[in-house]
Ligand binder design. Structure first.
Ligand code: MLC
Ligand code: AMP
Length: 447
């Protein structure tokens, strides 16, 4: 799975740099083997996935031992952490990067169909679910991207994304270790840090690219790169155009999900068209479930990069597939005459994307309803120039202020799940079934 680590591509003292600390593959493998020896035989283990060499050693150690890794968001509040640990049955480990084991002490290596990674992600309602991926799916997903982006050991990959999601962890860490490209993780994805890193291949969510486009000096510093790649949320066309102008590179957009890995992408050998996410990557097939008379509909997928299921939730897994076995993305899309895919929006108002983070409205609503002063809550994503969408909570409450409520949510869930804005209302508009009519809460330009 991790070809580079096993010496196919050679080694260097700064093969992996994270937030200013560097390691060679040899030392990384030594630290990962020490982790593998500790976790061998466990059903799963969790690690607080800070942006650090320790997180990388933990994930590689899990792959060596054939024990699935559960990366915990470091800013998750106690309720979210407890849920993830309880639901996955994973024990939390601490990694000491200075501890090394010389040889692979593990009796059972990872089989191709064993679970390798369990990533927690929100649905429209309820608590986050564990998305299980095998090493085979991860390898298929990464090889497909290496093909689409001509990604190789010649590259230096730069990004500063969190290490507990597909983008930062699977593409941004495992992708570097599989292709053998040097990795520079900037700690945080600031324009200045991207500009200083001197990479050939850059990953960012649209919020990162929009901040870089607003900083012409930082953007100009990326002109020597080979490829700028955007994903996790729609890249606004004005950001595409500014980046193209300031860096000399039209950014490549690609599309994916925690459940599917990256399934659609623009290719390094074609000119990207703004507003499109390219064509299916190797092995993936797509179709659009179009209603009669419409040319857009739900994007559905099959292929080798799909997850093995939601951990312990066979009904939820089954419900995410059509009867004939295609995965239902919940995204509305169209395919043009050249086969280029365009993501038009989400089918559900209850799935929010803010700064590239996926947030289920129901989870935030439940956290708000746990506050004794709140009697009703409706959470929506409102268009935001920096974050794509920002979380706005409409609440019916008495004797409580907005900041107390956002702090309350932050104390239970991850920082990025707290509302940026709370709007107090006398009641929520509801339909005849009693379901909140969220769109009626928004002004016409917010809908
Ligand atoms: C955040 N802050 C708040 C707040 N939310 N303060 C008050 N109220 C709120 N509601 C705080 C933060 O803690 C931070 O504090 C400060 O405000 C700035 O926050 P921010 O505006 O969110 O900026 P930043 O932290 O820089 O975050 C922007 C970002 C981040 C783009 C860096 O959103 C990010 O890393 N996104 C990546 C998400 C991602 O990787 N998604 C991939 C999913 S996988 P302080 O004190 O810390 O400064 C996937 C598959 C695929 O989607 O296709 O890739
Ligand atoms: P996550 O599970 O966090 O990976 O979120 C997956 C969702 O992110 C998808 O269902 C899409 O709604 C959204 N997404 C990812 N990449 C793109 C993109 N390039 N354009 C539009 N939406 C995207």
């Amino acid at each position: 799975m991790l070809k580079a680590l096993h010496g196919i591509h050679g080694d260097r003292a700064d093969a992996v740099t994270i937030a200013g600390r560097s390691t060679s593959y040899e030392d990384l493998l030594g630290a990962a083997r020490a982790v593998a020896a500790d976790v061998a035989g466990a059903p799963a283990f969790a690690v607080t996935a800070t942006a650090s060499l320790e997180t990388v050693a933990a994930v590689v150690g899990g792959l060596l031992a054939g024990v699935p890794v559960v990366p915990l968001p470091p800013d998750a509040g106690p309720a979210e952490r407890d849920h993830i640990l309880r639901d996955s049955g994973a024990g939390l480990i601490e990694v000491d990067f200075a501890r090394r084991a010389a040889a692979d002490p593990v009796a059972r290596a990872a089989g191709p169909d064993d679970p390798a990674l369990i990533l927690y992600t929100s649905g429209t309602t309820g608590a986050p679910k564990g998305v299980v991926h095998t090493a085979t799916a991860l390898a298929a997903g990464l090889d497909a991207l290496a093909d689409a982006w001509q990604w190789s050991a010649e590259d230096t990959l730069v990004h500063g994304l969190p290490l507990f999601h597909v983008h930062g962890l699977v593409l941004g860490v495992l992708g570097a270790l599989r292709t053998g490209s040097r990795l520079v993780h900037t700690g945080r994805p600031t324009p200045a840090a991207y500009a200083a890193a001197g990479g050939s291949l850059y990953f960012g969510v649209p919020t990162v690219w929009s901040r870089i486009a607003a900083d012409p000096a930082a953007a100009a510093a990326l002109s020597g790169a080979r490829l700028l790649v955007s994903g996790s949320a729609p890249l606004p066309t004005p950001v595409f155009r500014s980046l193209s102008q300031l860096t000399g590179h039209a950014p490549l957009e690609r599309y994916g999900m925690t459940e599917t890995l990256i399934t659609l992408s623009a290719r390094a050998d074609a000119v990207p068209r703004p507003g499109t996410v390219g064509t299916p990557v190797a092995g993936v097939r797509t179709r659009i479930a179009v209603e009669p008379g419409a040319d857009i509909g739900e994007l559905q997928l099959t292929g080798p990069t799909l997850f093995s299921g939601y951990l312990g939730r066979p009904e939820a897994t089954a419900a995410s597939y059509t009867e004939d076995g295609w995965f239902r993305t919940g995204d509305i899309a169209a395919i043009d005459a050249d086969g280029l895919h365009r993501i038009v929006g989400r089918a559900s108002i209850d799935m929010i994307k803010s700064g590239g983070y996926r947030i289920g409205a129901g989870e935030v609503e439940n956290a708000l309803l746990d506050h004794p002063a709140v009697s009703e809550a409706a959470v929506v994503g409102v268009p935001d120039t920096d974050l794509g969408q920002r979380i706005v909570a409409f609440v019916v409450a008495e004797g409580v202020g907005a900041s107390e409520l956002t702090d309350f949510v932050a104390a239970h869930l991850s920082v990025h799940k707290r509302p940026r804005e709370v709007r107090f209302v006398a009641s929520l508009p509801r339909n005849a079934m009693g379901k909140p009519q969220k769109r009626l809460l928004l002004s016409p330009e917010e809908r």
